[in-house]
Design a protein around this ligand. Sequence first.
Ligand code: GRF
Length: 195
Amino acid sequence: KRVAILISGGGSNMLALVASMTGDHPARPVLVASNDPGAMGLKRAAELGIATAAVEHRPFKGDRAAFEAALLQPILAAEPDILCLAGFMRVLTPAFVARFEGRMLNIHPSLLPKYTGLHTHQRALDAGDTEAGCSVHEVTAALDEGPLLGQARVPVLPGDTADSLGARVLAQEHRLYPAVLRRFAAGDRSPIFLS
Ligand code: GRF
């Protein structure tokens, strides 16, 4: 299976996914693309010999469709079987999602369905949650929803800040996403739960 990974920043989840796609793994990375040409993850992907592409979203102002039409070029050229959103911070239109329905995954730093959207760790802390975590789901038109493919839980510890909790969750993202992708690429969509 050919996997394209979309990032917006450092790409630590992309690196974890790429590192997992070796040996008898049913998938290989064919492209890392970003909405920010300056994304550090692009440099890291290139250093690993992976094709990269970047389409700056700002010049398109609010014209999401035009931005996505541009981003779609290199993605379609890579002929991916699976799209992985990994720290990708742009909301995709239903039209874009429809093209990859059933073969586009996203990782979100909360125990969905709780805390869709942004600032998930601060919201969990503010709510006094004793647990937090991350979720991998199939991408559908509705933001941060779609069929759950996996979750990993971490404890919220006394004195936690959004940063300390975020770091604890991020470490689990790097375990969960590769585990989910391996199964998904082998045709297994049954959800997995790590703790
Ligand atoms: C992190 O906040 C992570 O929780 C979320 O996207 C952000 C950046 O991730 N999934 P990455 O290091 O670019 O993969």
